[in-house]
Design a binder for this molecule. Sequence first.
Ligand SMILES: Nc1ncnc2c1ncn2[C@@H]1O[C@H](COP(=O)(O)OP(=O)(O)O)[C@@H](O)[C@H]1O
Ligand code: SF4
Ligand SMILES: [Mg+2]
Length: 333
Amino acid sequence: MNKDNILEVKDLKVKFPVTGGIFLGKVAEVKAVDGISFEIKRGETLGLVGESGCGKSTVGKAIINILKFSSPDVIITGEVWLKTADDEIELLKLSRNDIRKYRSLIQMIFQDPYSSLNARLTVGQIIEEPMLYHTNMEKKERLEKISWLLEKVGLQAEQSKRYPHEFSGGQRQRIGIARSLATNPKLIIADEPVSALDVSIQAQVINLMQELQKEFDLSILFIAHDLSVVEHISSRIAVMYLGSIVEVGNGKEIYHHPRHPYSKALLSAVPLPNPDFRNKERIILKGDVPTPMNKPSGCGFRTRCPIAQPVCAEAVPPLEEKSPGHTAACPFV
Ligand SMILES: Nc1ncnc2c1ncn2[C@@H]1O[C@H](COP(=O)(O)OP(=O)(O)O)[C@@H](O)[C@H]1O
Ligand code: SF4
Ligand SMILES: [Mg+2]
Protein backbone atom coordinates (compact mmCIF):
# COMPACT_ATOMS: atom_id res chain seq x y z
CA MET A 1 0.00 0.00 0.00
CA ASN A 2 1.20 3.45 -0.85
CA LYS A 3 1.66 5.90 2.04
CA ASP A 4 0.97 8.86 -0.27
CA ASN A 5 -2.61 7.75 -0.78
CA ILE A 6 -5.50 8.68 1.48
CA LEU A 7 -7.96 6.39 -0.30
CA GLU A 8 -7.55 3.24 -2.39
CA VAL A 9 -10.52 1.69 -4.14
CA LYS A 10 -9.98 -1.82 -5.49
CA ASP A 11 -12.25 -3.58 -7.97
CA LEU A 12 -15.37 -1.94 -6.56
CA LYS A 13 -18.63 -3.39 -7.87
CA VAL A 14 -22.10 -2.22 -6.91
CA LYS A 15 -25.18 -4.07 -8.14
CA PHE A 16 -28.79 -3.16 -7.43
CA PRO A 17 -31.15 -6.12 -7.85
CA VAL A 18 -34.31 -5.39 -9.83
CA THR A 19 -37.32 -7.29 -8.58
CA GLY A 20 -40.54 -8.10 -10.41
CA GLY A 21 -43.16 -10.73 -11.17
CA ILE A 22 -45.84 -11.79 -8.71
CA PHE A 23 -43.34 -13.09 -6.16
CA LEU A 24 -41.17 -10.00 -6.46
CA GLY A 25 -38.11 -12.11 -7.11
CA LYS A 26 -34.92 -10.80 -8.63
CA VAL A 27 -35.44 -10.42 -12.38
CA ALA A 28 -32.32 -8.48 -13.30
CA GLU A 29 -29.59 -6.39 -11.79
CA VAL A 30 -28.28 -2.91 -12.41
CA LYS A 31 -24.49 -2.98 -12.57
CA ALA A 32 -24.12 0.61 -11.43
CA VAL A 33 -20.39 0.27 -10.73
CA ASP A 34 -18.68 -2.55 -12.57
CA GLY A 35 -15.23 -3.16 -11.14
CA ILE A 36 -13.39 0.11 -10.76
CA SER A 37 -10.05 0.80 -9.05
CA PHE A 38 -8.44 4.16 -8.32
CA GLU A 39 -6.57 5.99 -5.63
CA ILE A 40 -6.66 9.51 -4.22
CA LYS A 41 -3.36 10.96 -3.07
CA ARG A 42 -3.04 13.09 0.04
CA GLY A 43 -3.87 16.70 -0.75
CA GLU A 44 -4.98 16.02 -4.31
CA THR A 45 -8.28 16.55 -6.07
CA LEU A 46 -9.31 13.68 -8.26
CA GLY A 47 -12.02 14.63 -10.74
CA LEU A 48 -14.52 11.88 -11.60
CA VAL A 49 -16.46 12.67 -14.77
CA GLY A 50 -19.00 10.98 -16.97
CA GLU A 51 -22.58 11.35 -18.20
CA SER A 52 -25.54 11.13 -15.92
CA GLY A 53 -26.24 7.53 -14.89
CA CYS A 54 -22.68 6.23 -15.34
CA GLY A 55 -22.33 5.45 -11.63
CA LYS A 56 -20.51 8.47 -10.16
CA SER A 57 -22.81 9.07 -7.18
CA THR A 58 -22.89 5.35 -6.46
CA VAL A 59 -19.09 5.39 -6.18
CA GLY A 60 -19.26 8.30 -3.72
CA LYS A 61 -21.94 6.65 -1.61
CA ALA A 62 -20.11 3.31 -1.63
CA ILE A 63 -16.99 5.02 -0.26
CA ILE A 64 -18.85 6.45 2.71
CA ASN A 65 -20.72 3.18 3.02
CA ILE A 66 -24.26 4.59 3.01
CA LEU A 67 -25.76 2.57 0.15
CA LYS A 68 -27.01 -0.21 2.42
CA PHE A 69 -29.24 2.22 4.31
CA SER A 70 -31.13 3.39 1.23
CA SER A 71 -30.97 0.07 -0.68
CA PRO A 72 -30.76 -2.89 1.72
CA ASP A 73 -30.50 -5.42 -1.14
CA VAL A 74 -27.50 -3.79 -2.78
CA ILE A 75 -24.53 -6.07 -3.46
CA ILE A 76 -21.17 -4.40 -2.95
CA THR A 77 -17.85 -6.15 -3.51
CA GLY A 78 -14.26 -4.95 -3.65
CA GLU A 79 -12.28 -2.93 -1.14
CA VAL A 80 -12.22 0.71 -0.04
CA TRP A 81 -9.17 1.54 2.06
CA LEU A 82 -8.95 4.74 4.07
CA LYS A 83 -5.41 5.48 5.17
CA THR A 84 -4.80 7.78 8.09
CA ALA A 85 -1.40 8.67 9.56
CA ASP A 86 -1.43 5.60 11.80
CA ASP A 87 -4.15 3.35 10.49
CA GLU A 88 -5.41 1.58 7.37
CA ILE A 89 -9.10 0.76 7.47
CA GLU A 90 -11.20 -1.21 4.99
CA LEU A 91 -14.41 0.79 5.08
CA LEU A 92 -16.67 -1.75 3.37
CA LYS A 93 -16.04 -4.27 6.17
CA LEU A 94 -17.12 -1.93 8.96
CA SER A 95 -20.47 -2.19 10.70
CA ARG A 96 -22.70 0.85 10.93
CA ASN A 97 -21.42 1.51 14.44
CA ASP A 98 -17.76 1.08 13.67
CA ILE A 99 -17.91 3.33 10.65
CA ARG A 100 -19.08 6.25 12.79
CA LYS A 101 -15.58 6.57 14.21
CA TYR A 102 -14.17 7.19 10.77
CA ARG A 103 -17.00 9.20 9.29
CA SER A 104 -15.56 12.38 10.78
CA LEU A 105 -12.62 11.90 8.40
CA ILE A 106 -14.72 11.67 5.24
CA GLN A 107 -17.55 14.07 4.50
CA MET A 108 -19.77 14.54 1.49
CA ILE A 109 -21.03 17.67 -0.27
CA PHE A 110 -24.17 17.04 -2.29
CA GLN A 111 -25.34 18.28 -5.64
CA ASP A 112 -28.51 20.05 -4.75
CA PRO A 113 -28.08 22.75 -2.13
CA TYR A 114 -31.88 23.18 -2.13
CA SER A 115 -32.77 19.68 -0.98
CA SER A 116 -29.62 18.61 0.87
CA LEU A 117 -30.02 21.10 3.74
CA ASN A 118 -32.75 20.32 6.27
CA ALA A 119 -35.24 23.18 5.85
CA ARG A 120 -36.46 22.94 9.46
CA LEU A 121 -33.04 23.52 10.99
CA THR A 122 -31.18 26.80 11.28
CA VAL A 123 -27.90 27.13 9.47
CA GLY A 124 -26.12 26.82 12.82
CA GLN A 125 -27.92 23.56 13.60
CA ILE A 126 -27.14 22.21 10.14
CA ILE A 127 -23.43 22.84 10.61
CA GLU A 128 -23.51 21.55 14.17
CA GLU A 129 -25.11 18.20 13.28
CA PRO A 130 -21.95 16.37 12.10
CA MET A 131 -20.09 17.64 15.19
CA LEU A 132 -22.82 16.15 17.39
CA TYR A 133 -22.68 12.78 15.64
CA HIS A 134 -19.01 12.39 14.95
CA THR A 135 -17.08 14.35 17.60
CA ASN A 136 -17.03 14.87 21.38
CA MET A 137 -16.93 18.67 21.14
CA GLU A 138 -18.55 20.70 23.93
CA LYS A 139 -21.44 23.05 23.12
CA LYS A 140 -19.29 26.18 23.46
CA GLU A 141 -16.63 24.76 21.18
CA ARG A 142 -19.27 23.81 18.62
CA LEU A 143 -20.76 27.30 18.58
CA GLU A 144 -17.34 28.87 18.12
CA LYS A 145 -16.61 26.51 15.30
CA ILE A 146 -19.91 27.33 13.56
CA SER A 147 -19.06 31.05 13.53
CA TRP A 148 -15.54 30.38 12.39
CA LEU A 149 -16.68 28.06 9.58
CA LEU A 150 -19.33 30.50 8.34
CA GLU A 151 -16.66 33.15 7.97
CA LYS A 152 -14.29 30.70 6.29
CA VAL A 153 -16.86 30.05 3.55
CA GLY A 154 -17.57 33.75 3.00
CA LEU A 155 -20.74 34.10 5.11
CA GLN A 156 -21.25 35.87 8.44
CA ALA A 157 -21.35 34.36 11.91
CA GLU A 158 -24.71 36.10 12.60
CA GLN A 159 -26.28 34.16 9.74
CA SER A 160 -26.22 30.97 11.84
CA LYS A 161 -29.69 31.81 13.19
CA ARG A 162 -31.25 32.00 9.72
CA TYR A 163 -32.93 29.20 7.77
CA PRO A 164 -31.77 27.74 4.42
CA HIS A 165 -34.65 29.28 2.45
CA GLU A 166 -33.27 32.73 3.24
CA PHE A 167 -30.16 32.03 1.16
CA SER A 168 -29.37 31.84 -2.57
CA GLY A 169 -28.19 28.60 -4.20
CA GLY A 170 -24.54 29.64 -4.06
CA GLN A 171 -24.83 30.63 -0.39
CA ARG A 172 -26.54 27.34 0.41
CA GLN A 173 -23.71 25.43 -1.16
CA ARG A 174 -21.33 27.48 1.01
CA ILE A 175 -23.35 26.29 4.00
CA GLY A 176 -23.03 22.70 2.72
CA ILE A 177 -19.28 23.19 2.46
CA ALA A 178 -19.08 24.63 6.00
CA ARG A 179 -21.02 21.60 7.23
CA SER A 180 -18.67 19.21 5.45
CA LEU A 181 -15.67 20.84 7.16
CA ALA A 182 -17.17 20.78 10.66
CA THR A 183 -15.49 17.53 11.73
CA ASN A 184 -11.99 18.35 10.36
CA PRO A 185 -12.25 15.77 7.57
CA LYS A 186 -9.26 14.62 5.55
CA LEU A 187 -11.28 13.61 2.51
CA ILE A 188 -14.27 15.36 0.93
CA ILE A 189 -16.51 13.69 -1.60
CA ALA A 190 -18.11 16.50 -3.55
CA ASP A 191 -20.92 15.06 -5.68
CA GLU A 192 -21.57 17.57 -8.48
CA PRO A 193 -21.35 20.44 -5.99
CA VAL A 194 -21.86 23.13 -8.61
CA SER A 195 -24.14 21.43 -11.17
CA ALA A 196 -27.30 23.00 -9.71
CA LEU A 197 -25.80 26.52 -9.60
CA ASP A 198 -25.82 29.31 -12.17
CA VAL A 199 -22.68 29.32 -14.28
CA SER A 200 -21.72 32.72 -12.84
CA ILE A 201 -21.76 31.26 -9.31
CA GLN A 202 -20.03 28.00 -10.18
CA ALA A 203 -16.56 29.54 -10.44
CA GLN A 204 -16.92 31.24 -7.05
CA VAL A 205 -17.79 27.99 -5.33
CA ILE A 206 -14.98 26.10 -7.10
CA ASN A 207 -12.50 28.83 -6.13
CA LEU A 208 -13.66 28.64 -2.52
CA MET A 209 -13.17 24.87 -2.52
CA GLN A 210 -9.70 25.30 -3.94
CA GLU A 211 -8.74 27.82 -1.22
CA LEU A 212 -10.11 25.61 1.53
CA GLN A 213 -8.35 22.60 0.11
CA LYS A 214 -4.98 24.35 0.38
CA GLU A 215 -5.70 25.77 3.82
CA PHE A 216 -6.86 22.47 5.32
CA ASP A 217 -4.74 20.13 3.21
CA LEU A 218 -7.84 18.28 2.05
CA SER A 219 -8.08 15.49 -0.45
CA ILE A 220 -11.15 15.78 -2.66
CA LEU A 221 -13.07 13.44 -4.94
CA PHE A 222 -14.76 15.99 -7.18
CA ILE A 223 -17.61 14.46 -9.17
CA ALA A 224 -19.00 16.24 -12.24
CA HIS A 225 -20.68 15.41 -15.54
CA ASP A 226 -18.82 18.14 -17.35
CA LEU A 227 -15.08 18.03 -18.01
CA SER A 228 -14.72 21.81 -18.04
CA VAL A 229 -15.87 21.97 -14.40
CA VAL A 230 -13.25 19.52 -13.11
CA GLU A 231 -10.42 20.76 -15.30
CA HIS A 232 -9.72 23.80 -13.07
CA ILE A 233 -9.73 22.01 -9.77
CA SER A 234 -8.42 18.50 -10.47
CA SER A 235 -4.82 17.37 -10.32
CA ARG A 236 -5.95 14.13 -11.94
CA ILE A 237 -9.14 13.17 -13.77
CA ALA A 238 -10.83 9.77 -14.11
CA VAL A 239 -13.42 9.38 -16.89
CA MET A 240 -16.29 6.97 -16.27
CA TYR A 241 -18.61 5.29 -18.77
CA LEU A 242 -21.34 2.80 -17.89
CA GLY A 243 -19.89 1.76 -14.53
CA SER A 244 -16.27 1.54 -15.67
CA ILE A 245 -13.31 3.91 -15.59
CA VAL A 246 -12.11 4.27 -19.17
CA GLU A 247 -9.26 6.78 -18.75
CA VAL A 248 -7.20 8.31 -15.93
CA GLY A 249 -4.47 10.90 -16.06
CA ASN A 250 -3.18 14.30 -15.17
CA GLY A 251 -6.02 16.86 -15.37
CA LYS A 252 -4.41 19.06 -18.04
CA GLU A 253 -3.44 16.05 -20.10
CA ILE A 254 -6.94 14.56 -20.09
CA TYR A 255 -8.43 17.93 -20.95
CA HIS A 256 -6.00 18.74 -23.75
CA HIS A 257 -5.01 15.29 -25.01
CA PRO A 258 -7.69 12.74 -24.18
CA ARG A 259 -6.93 9.30 -25.61
CA HIS A 260 -10.04 7.21 -25.11
CA PRO A 261 -12.74 7.67 -27.81
CA TYR A 262 -15.34 8.31 -25.09
CA SER A 263 -13.25 11.01 -23.37
CA LYS A 264 -12.78 12.69 -26.75
CA ALA A 265 -16.53 12.74 -27.31
CA LEU A 266 -17.20 13.97 -23.78
CA LEU A 267 -14.71 16.78 -24.24
CA SER A 268 -16.08 17.82 -27.60
CA ALA A 269 -19.48 18.23 -25.93
CA VAL A 270 -18.41 20.73 -23.25
CA PRO A 271 -20.30 24.02 -23.49
CA LEU A 272 -17.16 26.18 -23.66
CA PRO A 273 -15.04 24.02 -25.89
CA ASN A 274 -11.40 23.76 -25.13
CA PRO A 275 -9.51 25.90 -27.75
CA ASP A 276 -7.60 22.82 -28.91
CA PHE A 277 -10.91 21.39 -30.01
CA ARG A 278 -12.71 24.51 -31.16
CA ASN A 279 -11.77 24.03 -34.78
CA LYS A 280 -12.29 20.32 -34.77
CA GLU A 281 -15.60 18.73 -35.51
CA ARG A 282 -17.89 17.93 -32.64
CA ILE A 283 -18.04 14.23 -32.09
CA ILE A 284 -21.68 13.23 -31.92
CA LEU A 285 -22.00 9.74 -30.51
CA LYS A 286 -24.50 7.48 -32.20
CA GLY A 287 -27.20 5.80 -30.15
CA ASP A 288 -27.99 6.09 -26.47
CA VAL A 289 -26.02 4.97 -23.46
CA PRO A 290 -26.95 1.28 -22.98
CA THR A 291 -28.69 0.46 -19.71
CA PRO A 292 -26.47 -0.81 -16.91
CA MET A 293 -28.98 -3.67 -16.62
CA ASN A 294 -27.85 -4.98 -19.99
CA LYS A 295 -24.27 -3.93 -20.66
CA PRO A 296 -22.72 -4.82 -24.02
CA SER A 297 -20.17 -7.65 -23.90
CA GLY A 298 -16.51 -6.67 -24.03
CA CYS A 299 -15.88 -2.93 -24.14
CA GLY A 300 -18.93 -1.18 -22.67
CA PHE A 301 -18.48 1.67 -25.15
CA ARG A 302 -18.42 -0.44 -28.31
CA THR A 303 -22.05 0.20 -29.33
CA ARG A 304 -21.26 3.90 -29.69
CA CYS A 305 -17.56 3.92 -30.41
CA PRO A 306 -16.56 5.51 -33.75
CA ILE A 307 -13.54 3.20 -34.06
CA ALA A 308 -15.01 -0.05 -32.69
CA GLN A 309 -13.67 -3.32 -34.13
CA PRO A 310 -15.22 -6.80 -33.98
CA VAL A 311 -12.74 -7.89 -31.30
CA CYS A 312 -14.03 -5.13 -28.96
CA ALA A 313 -17.02 -7.41 -28.22
CA GLU A 314 -14.81 -10.17 -26.87
CA ALA A 315 -13.20 -8.92 -23.66
CA VAL A 316 -13.33 -5.89 -21.38
CA PRO A 317 -10.24 -3.87 -22.29
CA PRO A 318 -8.06 -3.21 -19.20
CA LEU A 319 -6.67 0.24 -18.33
CA GLU A 320 -3.23 0.32 -19.96
CA GLU A 321 -0.52 2.93 -19.54
CA LYS A 322 -0.37 5.09 -22.67
CA SER A 323 2.20 7.56 -21.34
CA PRO A 324 3.63 7.95 -17.82
CA GLY A 325 0.71 8.32 -15.39
CA HIS A 326 -1.89 8.26 -18.17
CA THR A 327 -3.98 5.12 -18.64
CA ALA A 328 -6.81 4.33 -21.03
CA ALA A 329 -8.97 1.25 -21.48
CA CYS A 330 -8.70 0.82 -25.25
CA PRO A 331 -6.05 -1.12 -27.14
CA PHE A 332 -6.61 0.95 -30.30
CA VAL A 333 -5.47 4.37 -29.09
N1 LIG B 1 -30.88 2.69 -5.30
C1 LIG B 1 -30.83 2.31 -6.58
N2 LIG B 1 -31.57 1.28 -7.03
C2 LIG B 1 -31.51 0.90 -8.33
N3 LIG B 1 -30.74 1.47 -9.25
C3 LIG B 1 -29.97 2.51 -8.86
C4 LIG B 1 -29.97 2.99 -7.50
N4 LIG B 1 -29.10 4.04 -7.41
C5 LIG B 1 -28.59 4.20 -8.65
N5 LIG B 1 -29.10 3.29 -9.53
C6 LIG B 1 -28.76 3.14 -10.95
O1 LIG B 1 -27.36 3.02 -11.05
C7 LIG B 1 -26.87 3.72 -12.18
C8 LIG B 1 -25.84 4.74 -11.71
O2 LIG B 1 -26.49 5.79 -10.98
P1 LIG B 1 -25.71 6.99 -10.33
O3 LIG B 1 -24.58 6.47 -9.53
O4 LIG B 1 -26.70 7.84 -9.65
O5 LIG B 1 -25.13 7.74 -11.62
P2 LIG B 1 -24.56 9.22 -11.77
O6 LIG B 1 -24.30 9.78 -10.42
O7 LIG B 1 -23.32 9.05 -12.60
O8 LIG B 1 -25.60 9.98 -12.52
C9 LIG B 1 -28.08 4.34 -12.86
O9 LIG B 1 -28.49 3.47 -13.89
C10 LIG B 1 -29.11 4.39 -11.77
O10 LIG B 1 -30.39 4.31 -12.29
S1 SF4 C 1 -11.98 -1.03 -27.05
FE1 SF4 C 1 -12.96 -0.88 -29.03
S2 SF4 C 1 -15.04 -0.14 -28.63
FE2 SF4 C 1 -13.83 0.19 -26.78
S3 SF4 C 1 -13.12 2.27 -26.99
FE3 SF4 C 1 -11.52 1.00 -27.85
S4 SF4 C 1 -12.01 0.85 -30.03
FE4 SF4 C 1 -13.82 1.65 -29.01
MG1 LIG D 1 -25.01 11.53 -9.56
